[in-house]
Design a protein around this ligand. Sequence first.
Ligand code: CP3
Length: 340
Amino acid sequence: MNLADSAFLRACRRRPVTHTPVWFMRQAGRSLPEYLKVREGVPMLTACATPELIVEITMQPVRRYGVDAAIFFSDIVVPLKAIGVDLDIKPGVGPVVAQPIRDAAGLDALRPIEPGDVTYVTEAIEALVGELGGTPLIGFAGAPFTLGSYLIEGGPSKNHDRTKAMMYGEPRLWHALMERLSGIVLEHLRIQIRAGASAVQLFDSWVGAVAPDDYREFVLPHTRRIFDGLADLDVPRIHFGVGTGELLGLLGEAGADVVGVDWRVPLDEAARRVGPGKALQGNLDPAILLAPWEVVERKAREVLRRGRAAEGHVFNLGHGVLPSTDPDQLRRLTDLVHEA
Ligand code: CP3
């Protein structure tokens, strides 16, 4: 089948579909025994820089579940590592940065990214496009706020205190940091699209910590630059964050074609908040998959029902698959969405 006719790309473009497309954030990963097997003894960032492993891990959930899209196996910190930022991904913790960025001198660590920095990404995407055939590949990147939080805090953070201290206390430094990051993110996404990705998702996972007025002032201009900078490539742009109920309209305003919704706001209400001209993606609570199948089925049908209020609906979870999820639940859920 022609890629452009895939249910996923059609739903992103708000065109009629024969079935609701479905994929899962973090569909490749620790819930899959075949993932744990190929990752044995291989550090996360090594896996992300090895084309054969990237291809294999990206394909695993496509083979197992028959989802409507693949998401490129990588991590949001990969482009930062590629330009020389000293960081690692610690198991059970997440990204950890050796020298957090807290002043103007720290910005020097962030030079522009070039295609030659991430040849393993290009190589893996070119191989994947051949293997996937009619199944679209989603490229992705972390958004400037979320990447900035890891760089400023030095690791994961509950309240993003230092991040907000810079945002409110040193706005010039903040905007300079966001500008560097948006340049890197834009180019990293363009590299993935040129290599063959047919949609992109920008993860601003932690931006739900910011109030709407502050989002408009400190975040939106930088995110908009990224989405505007992708317009000529004509692929659907998805924008997602956790706890963003109060920001849904602004996430769309920043320039996304598809707004990702976490599990806290029902999709019909999300459609109202986002307004016309956008598709929605979401939003089953990933923890529901830990309950018996009957519960999953009832809740998934509710998501599908409310999703009809959107101009286009891509079924997904409200955040990533939890590592303790039984893959059989995801297989049944994929079938349910396809048959419903
Ligand atoms: O969705 C997919 O299947 C594609 C792969 C993917 C990974 N990270 C692989 C990964 C994607 C899209 C990401 C994005 C990412 N990374 C985000 C945005 C998405 C979100 O969840 O909000 C964020 C915030 C990160 C930062 C990060 N990297 C975290 C919080 C963690 C988890 C730490 C832990 O061990 O609990 C990582 C590591 C990571 N990235 C893993 C995977 C499969 C687990 C590491 C491992 O398997 O050893």
